[in-house]
Design a protein around this ligand. Structure first.
Ligand code: ME8
Length: 731
């Protein structure tokens, strides 16, 4: 027997500082679809997911929730895992970075990198973005260029990784076409992003040189020799600036929640080195039994969201090269799910939870138990995400679009075709698949569909795969309608023709169902049973769902019990889902929160540093608060007496406000929208009993209230229509 080809596939391991939302489900469902498809193509698939549990962000979230980080991580990790169970995700392993097997492996990787001379100790002062868990190159007090949150100045003696040593090799591998050497990044836009990062700002130098060239009359003549000394050239002949890739700090001493550096335990290992290693430690790298590691490494596909591409395409392959280990074959980035026009993320408060969709669509099938309802609804969500959003691009999510797509493609399309075909076989042929006389025109078309779906799925072009299946459904449906089998059924002499129409439709359904299986595993299993073909899981294993050839459905096959698969959803479901999510939304975000970096102001890279109200544990309680809770917040009317800009802080204004019996200093992140002059004399509302905070060396004693519409909208100050006395309490 030829050796079975293996396919090792991973999702990112998700941070445990927030509960899962459909952004996480998007990656996991996509990976599950790929895993199912690869299995039915005969691959020995290993599918890994899990949770990322160390680092300052998690420690802070746990502190804010008032529980130990391990307990915090246990709870949230369990919530991810149980959601994947509800959704029927077919992962083979679930790695948690707090597990001993992982810690051992990470320490082994660290020691290996050190032994090989790629790690050294040095001291460094820089700006650290806690949310991205990364040092960033900005000045003190400036926001993170990636996510816009305020960075922290950190001076530490750190271990460094000689990332700079891998610049040229990484460029060569990413640019290469040689399947044995290349490190593949998809889509092209992300590959280019990584390459420009690795090459340094080549175009800037070219522009400068061109300007010099123009002045000196050399315009347009730039031989490579002109740039020697500035540029080097990759194997493919592309210029890069040597030295522009800097070494990477890979340990921290200012907090404890991480894996200790072997032999120097006051340091913990950088959370991204820790996290990325999960792809190896889950296979037993660094543990006694490493047969899985021997069998499955290197990974065939790391599936990630586009915001973590640099970690996966620069740091990760560099660590592996340094450790002299094979690189993953491919990193595939997908786009973001947007909701209300910005990236869905917990910190923005614009998330949609998978549970809302499971509950709503599950309710369309009251005859099922909860577990099956969940699986049915998961099919709907998965189908929608992969059909609607071109893979690799950002895509908007809305309940409206979800219901519309469900009704059009599943209830009226696939489901309706199945039900009208099978019920006519039941009625006219005693529930047995009749024998055909003729082969329909679409038999060949379906062969072509099977081939194109196979190649689309191989290239991860899900939308095209699903669209071509949907158009096959439309053709078969049209054939059915135009053949008018209900009329043929009334005439005895046309029984053979009737048999042909029904056979042809049923056989087409078999092929279509096999193609849809990775997208709709629950529903296609029901159709398969109704066709009288038994267990679709067994068919997937035996290869029956692959290499589909017309005629596979045997005449005489006894149909299973018929029942509607996709009941129509009405608009009320949209309202229900919207309401369920509204109840989960946090209140409006105060302008200070933005300025202080609690809430992202530009493209969000990950979850925010969780303040108390942004923690998972607080989340449940947050839905309803008691009057006693409200009373704790001291809201007061105040009048702005002084307002001025703060040097070198573009976003902050310093205000002095009159509270009747005292004058207070408050710092507020509204400088982009308000000039100091227009604020003086304004009556505003402040939270008067907020613990003082230092920003830019100044203390802020309170917070003003404002409402911003949409992402980056102007924070409109809460104010009074009447002349309220300064200091008056709001209740
Ligand atoms: O980044 N749209 O974890 P994380 C699409 N622990 N996908 C989304 C999404 C959205 N709105 N929101 C989240 C981390 N995702 C690290 C990873 S890997 C070694 C360490 C998905 O919890 C997407 O896959 O912030 C994204 O990359 C991932 O969740 C980020 O999850």
């Amino acid at each position: 027997m030829p050796e079975q080809k293996k396919f090792y596939l991973t999702t990112p391991i998700y941070y445990v500082n927030a509960r899962p939302h459909i952004g996480h489900a998007y990656t996991t469902l996509t990976a599950d679809t790929i895993a199912r498809r690869k299995r039915l193509e005969g691959y020995d698939v290993r599918f890994l997911t899990g949770t990322d549990e160390h680092g300052q962000k998690i420690q802070r979230s746990a502190d804010a929730a008032g529980i130990a980080p391990q307990q915090f991580a246990d709870e949230v990790s369990a919530s991810f895992r149980s959601l994947w169970e509800r959704m029927g995700i077919t992962y083979d392993d679930y790695i948690r970075t707090t597990e001993p097997r992982h810690k051992q492996g990470v320490q082994k990787l660290f020691s290996t990198l050190k032994e090989k001379g790629y790690i050294y100790l040095d001291s460094y002062t820089g700006q650290y973005c806690v949310s991205d868990e990364a040092f960033v190159e900005v000045g003190p007090g400036e926001p993170c260029p990636d996510c816009g949150r305020i960075t922290e100045t950190i001076t530490e003696e750190n271990y460094y990784f000689r990332l700079s040593a891998f610049q040229e090799e990484l460029i060569n591998r990413i640019e290469s076409d040689d399947p044995d050497y290349r490190f593949e990044i998809e889509p092209a836009a992300r590959k280019n992003e990584v390459l420009s990062f690795l090459r340094g700002d080549v175009s800037k130098i070219l522009r400068e040189e061109q300007a010099v060239g123009r002045e000196s009359g050399l315009d347009g003549v730039y031989p490579a020799s002109l740039y020697s000394g500035i540029f080097k050239f990759s194997k493919q002949g592309n210029p890069f600036i040597p030295g522009s890739l800097k070494d990477l700090s890979i340990s921290r001493t200012s907090f404890k929640w991480g894996i200790p550096v072997p032999g120097d335990e006051k340091h913990v290992i950088y959370v991204w080195l820790d996290a990325l290693a999960n792809y190896m430690t889950a296979l037993g790298y660094g543990s006694a039994g490493d047969s899985l590691w021997q069998k499955y490494w290197p990974a065939d596909l790391h599936l990630v969201g586009k915001e973590i591409i640099r970690f996966h395409c620069v740091y990760w392959p560099a660590f592996l090269l340094a450790a002299e280990l094979p690189l993953p074959k491919k990193v595939q980035a997908h786009g973001w799910l947007l909701f209300e026009e910005s990236k869905m993320s917990k910190s923005r408060g614009n998330i949609v939870r998978s549970e809302t969709i499971l509950d709503a669509f599950g309710s369309l099938k009251p005859e099922l138990g909860k577990a099956e309802q969940d699986l049915f609804a998961t099919d709907v969500l998965r189908y929608f995400l992969l059909r609607e959003i071109p893979f690799g691009q950002d895509g908007s999510f809305s309940f409206d679009a979800l219901v519309t797509r469900y009704n059009a493609d599943l209830a009226n399309g696939y489901g309706n075709l199945v039900s009208r075909t099978l019920s006519m076989i039941a009625k006219n042929f005693d529930g047995e698949v009749p024998a055909p006389l003729t082969k329909p025109f679409f038999a060949e078309t379906l062969d072509a569909t099977s081939a194109s779906v196979a190649s689309d799925l191989n290239e991860l072009v899900f939308t095209r795969a699903v669209t071509s299946i949907a158009s096959a459904i439309t053709s078969v449906d049209r054939y059915f309608s135009e053949s008018e089998p209900w009329k043929l059924a009334k005439v005895d002499t046309q029984r053979e023709e009737l048999a042909s129409v029904l056979y042809n439709a049923a056989e087409a359904i078999r092929i279509i169902t096999a193609l849809l299986y990775p997208f709709l595993p629950y529903a296609t299993a029901r159709v398969w049973e109704q066709l009288g073909l038994g267990d679709i899981g067994a068919a997937a294993k035996s290869g029956e769902l692959n290499n589909l050839v017309w005629g596979g459905l045997k005449p005489g096959t006894k149909l299973g019990t018929l029942a509607p698969i996709f009941p129509r959803a009405d608009k009320e479901l949209i309202t229900r889902m919207n309401e369920a999510e509204q109840q989960n939304r946090p209140a409006a975000v105060p302008a200070e929160a933005k300025a202080e970096g609690v809430v992202p102001t530009t493209d969000d890279k990950s979850q925010a540093i969780a303040p108390p109200a942004d923690t998972v544990v607080a989340e449940e309680a947050k839905q309803h608060i008691s009057i006693d809770d409200f009373i704790k917040v001291e809201l007061r009317a105040a009048v702005v007496k002084v307002a001025e800009r703060i040097p070198k802080a573009d976003k902050l204004l310093r205000l002095e406000v009159d509270l009747g019996d005292e004058q207070r200093q408050i710092l507020s992140g509204i400088a982009e929208w308000y000039t100091p002059e227009e604020l003086i004399g304004r009556r505003i509302i402040i939270v008067a009993n907020l613990a003082p905070r230092k920003m830019r060396g100044l203390e802020s004693h309170g917070m003003l209230l404002a409402a911003s519409e949409g992402e980056n909208g102007k924070p409109m100050l809460a104010t009074f229509a009447e002349d309220v006395t300064p200091g008056t309490r709001l209740k």
